[in-house]
Design a protein around this ligand. Structure first.
Ligand code: FAD
Length: 294
């Protein structure tokens, strides 16, 4: 199913994100995660793609996306990065995705690595978006966006002008980088409208359940931590259960506020944590249902 159609009849689209197991983990971990997530009312599940990973690791994304579709009858989205790929690499991946019935792709540039020299075929996600649409118009392409600005851009205005290129190249729907202050999201949405971007945007929400993990993530992606949240993280840093409960409550409140303010999509970064995803989804399920009834 082309997911862009979902936004025509649903007020709120709810999605989950998982990642393939790391080299050091058993492949069974992701099968267990998907089994654990199977009953949640997700409109789609997206699977990340290791930008600089090996071919075997990358092929896992396709395998997992295919499993989500065949085993759990949930629409998968395969992430796909381009910075370290040639056009031939991407053609091969698109052929494999098509063979597995994966129609929806989150087209990404990927992060620059100090140790890997990028290939020259693709500079930006908009190049990949255009390439996919020209290769096979049957793919639905989505893109990433950054309410607090991508770290390669000097200003949010510049970043949004570049985002418009992604939309013009054929991206039908956007998913945001994680953020912890909904006001950043609302200001961003106002700017998109001013710049003529009307594609639906899913808000990326990451529950904080581990202090060092969130500090690492935030330092990599540039999202800011509001004082309310950093106070909470510091207070419960040494009590994993308390931090998890507080982090779940914080993410749940963020989502409730977003839905009350007519956000079109919620994308939960599950971090492959079934318990966290299940508890948050359980708390917002009636709210999503209520919005979709109106
Ligand atoms: P782009 O859209 O290319 O933007 C990158 C920078 O270039 C921005 O500053 C932008 O303003 C600028 N730019 C864009 N187009 C132009 C242009 N035409 N001219 C000049 N400047 C331009 N990474 C992974 O490796 N695997 C994943 O699975 C993955 N999933 C992600 C999912 C989401 C929802 C998000 C938000 C990010 C994800 N990432 C993933 C991280 C992503 O790869 C990095 O943030 C990367 O640095 C930028 O990717 P992009 O697709 O947004 O790039």
């Amino acid at each position: 199913m082309d997911l862009s159609n979902l936004f025509r009849y649903k007020k709120v689209v709810y999605s989950l994100e998982v990642f393939p197991p790391k080299k050091t983990s058993s492949v069974d971990t992701i099968y267990n995660t998907l089994y654990g997530l199977r009953g949640l009312p997700a409109d789609f599940i997206s699977v990340t793609y290791g930008a600089g990973g090996s071919d075997t690791q990358r092929s896992k994304t396709c395998e997992i996306a295919s499993l989500i579709k065949t085993e759990y009858q949930i629409e998968p989205v395969s992430h796909l990065t381009c910075l370290n790929s040639t056009k031939d690499d991407i053609r091969r991946t698109l052929d494999t995705l098509k063979e597995h019935g994966v129609q929806n792709i989150l087209a990404l540039r990927g992060d620059k690595s100090p140790t890997v020299e990028p290939k020259e075929d693709f500079q930006h996600a908009s190049d990949l978006t255009e390439f996919i649409k020209n290769y096979d118009a049957g793919f639905n392409v989505m893109g990433a966006c950054y309410p607090e600005c991508h770290c390669d851009s000097d200003t949010l205005d510049e970043d949004i002008d570049n985002l418009k290129r992604k939309i013009d190249a054929g991206a039908s729907h956007l998913i945001t980088q994680l953020f912890f202050n909904n006001d950043h999201f609302y200001e961003f949405m106002d700017k998109l409208v001013q710049k003529g971007i009307t594609a639906p945007v899913s808000a990326g929400i990451m529950p904080v359940t581990n202090k060092s993990q969130i500090e690492r993530t935030v330092s990599m992606c540039g999202a800011s931590l509001p004082r309310k949240l950093s106070t909470m993280i510091n207070k419960y840093a040494d009590d994993p259960q308390a931090l998890k409960d507080a982090g779940i409550a914080y993410a749940t409140n963020q989502i409730i506020d977003l839905i009350a303010n007519d956000v079109r999509g919620i994308h939960l970064y599950t971090m492959n944590n079934v318990e966290t995803a299940t508890r948050i989804t359980g708390s917002i399920e009636s709210i999503i249902k209520s919005s979709n009834r109106v």
